[in-house]
Design a protein around this ligand. Structure first.
Ligand SMILES: [Zn+2]
Length: 229
């Protein structure tokens, strides 16, 4: 599991470097299929610890958690562990989750509205909008339920008056989506300052979604890979 610890730590550092993490607010998790220190070899995940700035975090500070919410480690898991657990339990297509309070996603989330198809890249989240989950208290079961619903068939959502969640098959893909969503949020906010942007039609978005499906590997060619070195 040391390898996964290093991967997760590196992802946290990348979030920080990209300016997506604000203070101690971002949290990241990674599914780990085999936990060698556990008798029954139960599946679980690694998650960032609670209230720890990234620059002082080391691999051993990451907390291991099983799907019964038993945490193992010297630190307490992020106070937002609940939606990490619920998403990883419900979504077999997801192995990594990135949650941020990044500037533009968070600003946009205060309007409690879905982001419409103002740009074709909205499709990278898996549909013709990026949904905004209704407000609920951070760390609560209600917030987790709201996030799961907003993420249905999607790879990203906003959380009202809170921030965003991006998910992926790998940590790298989840990070790429988080970065793209933040960019889209900035662009949408700028467009709204001028007026009402013209939206793509459902047919136009469907075309984009199909194109993305046939490329499949857009995430591997993202500029994030350079930032990741
Ligand atoms: Zn949060």
């Amino acid at each position: 599991m040391q390898k996964q610890r290093q991967q997760l730590l590196k992802a946290c550092q990348t979030l920080d470097k990209l300016g997506l993490n604000r203070g101690t607010s971002g949290n990241v998790s990674l599914r780990v299929k085999n936990h060698s220190h556990h008798d029954n070899g139960d599946a679980g995940f690694l998650i960032t610890p609670s209230g720890m700035p990234i620059h002082s975090m080391v691999a051993d500070d990451l907390v291991w958690m099983d799907f019964n919410a038993n945490a193992t480690g010297s630190r307490r898991p992020s106070s937002e562990w609940r939606f990490h657990l619920d998403i990883l339990a419900a979504r077999t297509d997801v192995n990594a989750i990135v949650h941020t309070h990044s500037m533009f996603a968070t600003t946009l989330s205060t309007f409690r509205q879905d982001i419409p198809a103002f740009h074709y890249m909205i499709a990278l989240a898996g549909g013709n909008s990026i949904r905004c989950a209704p407000y609920a208290l951070f760390g609560s079961q209600q917030l987790s339920n709201n996030a799961l619903t907003a993420l249905q068939n999607r790879k990203a959502c906003l959380l009202s008056n809170h921030g965003m969640i991006a998910v992926g098959e790998t940590l790298e893909k989840a990070l790429n989506i988080a970065q793209e969503v933040e960019t889209l949020c900035e662009q949408y906010l700028r467009a709204l300052q001028v007026g009402k942007p013209v939206l793509l039609t459902d047919a136009e978005m469907q075309e984009v979604i199909e194109q993305f499906r046939s490329y499949g590997s857009w995430a591997e060619t993202s500029p994030l890979n350079e930032a990741n070195e």
